[in-house]
Design a protein around this ligand. Structure first.
Ligand SMILES: *Cc1c(COP(=O)(O)O)cnc(C)c1O
Length: 392
């Protein structure tokens, strides 16, 4: 037998983390890394946050899991907090981002189909989007590399260029049910949507009775310096998918919706065995305790501005390597003029710095949101040293 016990779907590198210490990771072989990847925008409180650890420990000792057949004081409490903090009136808890997106898409279709209008099913999405790895969420993305080997895709999706409002308008037809967009594309290369594009999508949805879905799985939960990124576009969605940061490392996600948008999500239409279990809810509460306040969000914005300022100054020293700095808050990207993936590997293997490659030859910089000035200093030192001894 030559297949590995872990199904070999990831090209794993030889960093093998066994311990986390705030914003650093320690590998099996003792090497220490500055973690500006955060499990891809997940560990927003770093790796050893006492509040998060304490909440999970306490809940694990009290009650880990019960079925959704029973009443859920834990779920009601966290859902109420999310409703109070956002546009939403109601919340469905999931275990991952893809499931949150699936729930969002089902909610949008059910909005039209609950009273029998089965002609409305099409969802318009955008090129280079990433919505997850389930059959429906790969179908929602135009990326061939995710489709190969898994045909046929689910029907009912139309892909339009990101930031192309006219293209979106032209794609709306009698079967359109919803438009789904990442306000900041993550995997696609930290591409921030234009204000006018997002506002235009809102108007387009209003004019045609379409559901506007924001996929904030990566950009949500304080990452951009507001609780959700949509707040900075001056537009509210009807439905929003959130995950990654929301459990701070505990696997969970959620689909948020207005009362109107959720009109088709009635008894028996959807479910999840684990979704919203007491252990996950305890993690979610601890994350909100830490991040859902003005002081924390201001910290993210301050650190984001400092990091951006330093990066913008720095890239000028290497005009052959770097093109520009993009992003919002602590969701930053540096576009390279050469391939970004080998440079990310160089920083990791030779300078103890973890970042993430993204589409469009971008290095994604996704530090824990609890970083301080000293972490930015350490990051800039490692990045500078990495650029200085890099030959593409
Ligand atoms: C990561 C991601 C997903 C999928 O989340 P999983 O937890 O991996 O299923 C969906 N949408 C966006 C924008 C993401 O970044």
């Amino acid at each position: 037998m030559s297949i590995t016990p872990l199904m070999p779907v990831y090209p794993r590198c030889d960093v093998r983390p066994v311990r986390g210490e705030n914003c650093h990771l320690v590998s099996e072989d003792g090497r220490r890394f500055l973690d500006f990847a955060s499990g891809i925008a997940v560990n927003l409180l770093g790796h050893s946050h006492p509040g998060l650890i304490g909440a999970i420990k306490k809940q694990a000792e009290t009650l880990m899991h019960v079925s959704n057949m029973y009443g859920s004081p834990q779920g009601e409490s966290l859902a109420q907090r999310l409703v109070d903090l956002t546009f939403a009136d109601t919340v469905f808890f999931t275990n991952s981002g893809a499931e949150a997106v699936e729930t969002a898409m089902k909610t949008a279709r059910a909005y039209h189909q609950h009273d029998g209008n089965e002609d409305r099913y099409e969802i318009i999405t955008f090129k280079n989007a990433f919505h997850g790895r389930t059959m429906a969420t790969i179908s929602a993305s135009n990326q061939d590399k995710m489709h190969k080997g898994f045909m046929p895709l689910l029907p009912g999706f139309k892909y339009v260029e990101f930031n192309d409002l006219e293209g979106a308008k032209a794609a709306v037809g009698p079967h359109t049910a919803a438009i789904m967009v990442e306000p900041v594309q993550g995997e696609g290369g930290i591409r921030v949507a234009d204000d006018a594009f997002i506002k235009g999508l809102r108007d387009l949805c209003d004019a045609n009775d379409l559901m506007l879905i924001f996929d904030e799985v990566q950009c949500g939960v304080a990452r951009t310096g507001t609780f959700y990124a949509y707040e900075q576009f001056g537009v509210e969605p009807d439905i929003l998918a959130t995950a990654k940061g929301i459990g701070g490392g505990f696997p969970m996600g959620a689909c948020l919706a207005t009362e109107k948008a959720a009109r088709g999500m009635v008894f028996g239409t959807h479910g999840s065995t684990y979704g919203g279990n007491p252990l996950a809810m305890a993690a979610g509460e601890a994350v909100l305790d830490a991040v859902a306040n003005d002081e924390f969000l201001a910290h993210v914005r301050t650190m984001g501005e400092k990091l951006r300022g330093r990066l913008e100054q720095f890239i000028g020293n290497y005009p052959d390597l770097f093109e520009d700095v993009r992003g919002m808050g602590l969701m930053m990207g540096v576009k390279m003029k050469v391939e970004s993936r080998p440079f990310v590997a160089h920083l990791r293997d030779h300078h103890g710095l973890l970042t993430v490659a993204a589409g469009d030859n971008v290095i994604r910089i996704l530090p824990p949101l609890v970083i301080e000035d000293a972490h930015i200093d350490e990051f800039m030192e490692k990045l500078s040293a990495g650029a200085a001894d890099y030959t593409p």
